[in-house]
Design a protein around this ligand. Structure first.
Ligand code: SF4
Length: 110
């Protein structure tokens, strides 16, 4: 694993750690309204992936950075359908983006 990918993996791990802490706080003192807002997060946690909110997922690119150029992106079987992500829960579009983006073809990695 090249240093760039290791740094990105470390960053994703740190984000995941923050999510666990937030979830613990939620379990200690949530109210009914918060519970409804967290249903998506709990589902993502059950899937073993991060919820989109935890990685600031957006459905549009960040410049040239987009899911389709990310090393974590798993393309859909059919063209035009949303793909999946190794890290983020739920469907992700090829034009989406999040803060865990990692270049699928980084310079210096073979
Ligand atoms: S940009 Fe984020 S959501 Fe998209 S494939 Fe990469 S890690 Fe997954």
């Amino acid at each position: 694993m090249c240093s760039q990918r290791r740094a990105i993996t470390d960053r994703a791990t740190a984000i995941a750690g923050g999510f666990r802490l937030s979830r613990r706080r939620w379990l200690q003192g949530c109210a009914g309204g918060v519970l409804l807002g967290m249903i998506g997060s709990v589902a993502a946690h059950a899937e073993g992936k991060l919820p989109k909110a935890a990685v600031s997922y957006q459905d549009h690119p960040n410049g040239s950075k987009r899911c389709s150029t990310c090393s974590h992106y798993i393309p859909a079987a059919k063209a035009g359908e949303a793909g999946r992500c190794e890290i983020v829960a739920g469907p992700v579009g090829p034009l989406g983006y999040c803060i865990v983006w990692a270049d699928a073809n980084p310079k210096g990695c073979t």
